[in-house]
Design a protein. Structure first.
Length: 308
């Protein structure tokens, strides 16, 4: 069970509010080759350098969505994001001056066979290299530092995404049963944006409270992958109040080897639910979520995100 073992400290991923800061995202793309792990590097003709695939976020884009999109645009390969590898901070030139830049990196595992690469003005060459050769080929020491984190957070045994439902109609404004209280327009938009976020990490199992506001938060994603939502009344507000011991079986339902599971519940339930799952969430705003990766030996690495 995930509660066992040492936890790696929580990494809070926040997009800074300074408009002058350039925010980018990318990853270390890897696969298991015949002679060990191989890393995919990109060559950028504009700079004549070898680097890790990355790129800037578009307006309002979530950092996880951007990381996967940039990797796939630059390399043509399909990947799923795993544990975080760190954040680079350095200065770049912009509008005749210099501004700070932050680049978020994740482990990015190749999914399926290698796809044909089409060179572009941005990236004209790719190369798969063993770890040691990749370290020597990279043009920047900061990229080597990111690459060296990969071994410390892989392989992943199981992944859990714990979500607080998106913004719902207020209780005082709803005349029906509380379990049927729906999302607001803002909440519905959050649910739609969660689709690409959950896809970026490859969620393939869906668990939810049976309350409408929880189901509606993850229903768009579930529809996108053609899966069913497994309902758990015991993690609803009503169910938890009736029988708090019902949470005891959630760890078994949620942590599965080689699976990425999303669980959607409510603010009053999340503290007890997170304890049952072996994670720690703290205070969650509507639509916020936590991603926890269980590594070999029972270690956990966390990331916490605001609502997309």
């Amino acid at each position: 069970m995930a509660a066992a073992g040492k936890r790696i400290p929580l990494l809070k991923v926040e997009i800074v509010s300074n408009p002058a800061t350039v925010i980018a995202a990318g990853g270390v793309v890897w696969r298991d080759g015949r002679d060990g792990r191989e890393i995919l590097l990109v060559h950028r003709p504009r700079y004549d350098d070898w680097s890790l695939p990355k790129g800037k976020l578009t307006p309002q884009e979530h950092v996880l969505t951007a990381a996967r999109r940039e990797i796939e645009e630059e390399t043509g390969q399909v990947v799923l994001l795993g544990p975080p590898l760190g954040i680079q901070r350095y200065e770049v030139r912009k509008n005749g001056g210099t501004v700070p830049k932050m680049v978020h990196y994740w482990s990015a595992e190749l999914i399926g066979p290698e796809r044909e690469f089409v060179p572009s003005d941005e990236v004209d060459k790719l190369e798969w290299l063993p770890l040691d050769k990749a370290r020597r080929r990279l043009s920047y020491p900061r990229d080597v530092e990111i690459l060296d984190v990969l071994d410390t957070v892989t392989p992943v045994v199981s992944t859990l995404v714990l979500v607080r439902h998106a913004q719902a109609v207020k209780r005082k404004d709803w005349d029906g049963k509380d379990t049927n209280r729906p999302l607001t327009v803002v909440g519905q938009a959050t649910a739609e944006r969660l689709v690409e976020v959950l896809a970026a990490v490859g969620v393939n199992r869906v668990r939810s409270s049976d309350a409408e506001r929880c189901v509606a938060t993850i229903a768009p994603y579930t529809a996108s992958i053609g899966r069913q939502i497994h309902l758990h009344p015991e993690i609803s507000e009503r169910g938890y109040e009736t029988d708090p011991s019902g949470l005891e079986g959630m760890a078994e339902h949620s942590w599965k080897p080689d699976r990425i599971t999303v669980v959607c519940s409510h603010r009053p339930v999340l503290p007890a639910l997170s304890k049952a799952l072996g994670v720690k969430v703290g205070k969650f705003a509507p639509g916020a979520f936590l991603i926890a990766h269980q590594l070999e030996g029972g270690r956990l690495v966390y990331e916490r995100f605001r609502a997309p």
